[in-house]
Design a protein around this ligand. Structure first.
Ligand code: ZN
Ligand code: ZN
Length: 371
């Protein structure tokens, strides 16, 4: 399927989210052997523990090491020509531009994380393939989503109960909570990974008609039944189904100040109101307060990008939180002091690949830093 990001000369690219787990660790060797694939980005926030040996494709020597880096080394060992990057982070904290690829593969074990990937895929306009296992029923499932305003998304089939199950992450939480392990047997993860690789190969080679676009395949390995279900766009879906047209913002985040960035956004449209800046999924933090002793620490940064040491109360060692006016979804020049405006984008927590939303005169535009 031709996608916007496809480049025949340089080959295809894939991003795997949850790359080192029960499904992801079995998927990686398939990707290393896929023809015409030249770039793979592996994202996983966890490190291997000895308990993973029974359910994941990992060896003793990798215990204690970050999953994303272990799997990136495996890819390189099988196919040294591949450009691989392992990113050890929660996907919410990875700049959107770093996730862009021809296909995004999700090997996750929580509804909350899948919902985040669904939104990322739609914003980027990149097809995504979700895989899941259910150990007690010996069930394996793969869904293929291709973003579009009329195409079904993950949330189109969600009920109120699904939303209730999806864990909410407190916007002020400094460190993401880890999902509960599924403890699915190794062979079940391997089955899901194979099905996911089959669909990925179809998308990469343009076999759209054969691919499970807008559909789900469910394999019941207990009774050897195989079901394919089609989904429709739900007009009542809670997700907005918006894909961004992301424009490049050629700048170095270590050099460009917030003032210069906001000035630039205010200049490049017709005269009128000032630019209001936001970053999807992130909040601007102006101060942290300790829920234990009440100590307050002024700072300026983005949620998920604060240093761990900044979030610990120096008095009582509890995790400090931002609340009320100290956590704002959007900022404009007139709300910020000269001292904050003269900070570099990098010192605030912005990185190359981050996508900024600029609202001015009622019109929204998206810019990717450093592209
Ligand atoms: Zn939807
Ligand atoms: Zn305290």
């Amino acid at each position: 399927m031709p996608t916007r990001h496809q480049n025949r000369k340089t080959g295809r690219s894939i991003t795997v989210i949850g790359a080192g787990g029960n499904i992801g660790s079995h998927l990686v060797p398939h990707l290393a052997r896929m023809a015409n694939l030249t770039r793979v980005t592996l994202i996983d926030m966890d490190s291997y523990q000895s308990k993973n040996l029974s359910s994941q494709d990992v060896t003793q020597g990798s215990i204690g090491k970050p999953k994303a880096l272990v799997q990136a080394s495996r890819l390189k060992a099988i196919n040294p020509a591949l450009r691989c990057e392992g990113i050890v982070a929660d996907v919410r904290d990875v700049p959107l531009g770093k996730i862009r690829a021809d296909v995004i593969l999700a090997c996750l074990d929580s509804k909350d994380a899948r919902r985040v990937v669904n939104q990322i895929a739609w914003r980027l306009g990149v097809p995504w393939i979700d895989a899941g296992v259910q150990a007690d029923g010996l069930l394996v499932r793969v869904n293929v989503y291709v973003p579009g305003s009329a195409a079904p998304c993950l949330e189109c089939s969600w009920s109120d109960a699904d939303y209730a199950t999806a864990r909410r992450r407190h916007p002020c939480q400094a460190a993401p909570a880890k999902p509960a392990p599924t403890d699915a047997p190794s062979y079940l993860g391997a089955l899901a990974a194979s099905l996911q690789a089959v669909e990925c190969h179809k998308l990469l080679t343009g076999q759209t008609a054969k691919a499970l676009v807008g559909r789900q395949v469910l394999m019941d390995a207990a009774f050897h039944k195989h079901y394919v279900t089609s989904f429709q766009r739900n007009p009542g879906c809670r997700f907005d189904h918006v894909t961004h047209r992301i424009e490049p913002l050629r700048c170095k985040p270590f050099v460009m100040t917030l003032r210069k960035a906001l000035d630039g956004f205010s200049r490049d449209t017709r005269k009128g109101g000032e630019a209001v800046l936001s970053v999807e999924g992130k909040t601007f933090v102006f101060a942290l307060a300790c829920p234990g002793c009440g100590r307050e620490k002024p700072l300026f940064g983005l949620t998920g990008r604060l240093r761990a040491t900044d979030s610990v109360c120096p008095n009582c060692r509890r995790v400090m939180l931002a609340a009320g006016l100290n956590a704002r979804a959007r900022v404009s020049q007139s709300q910020l002091s000269d001292r904050l405006l003269d900070r570099s984008l990098a010192s605030i927590g912005f990185r190359a690949g981050d996508v900024l939303t600029v609202l001015r005169n009622g019109r929204e535009r998206q810019f990717e830093i450093g592209r």
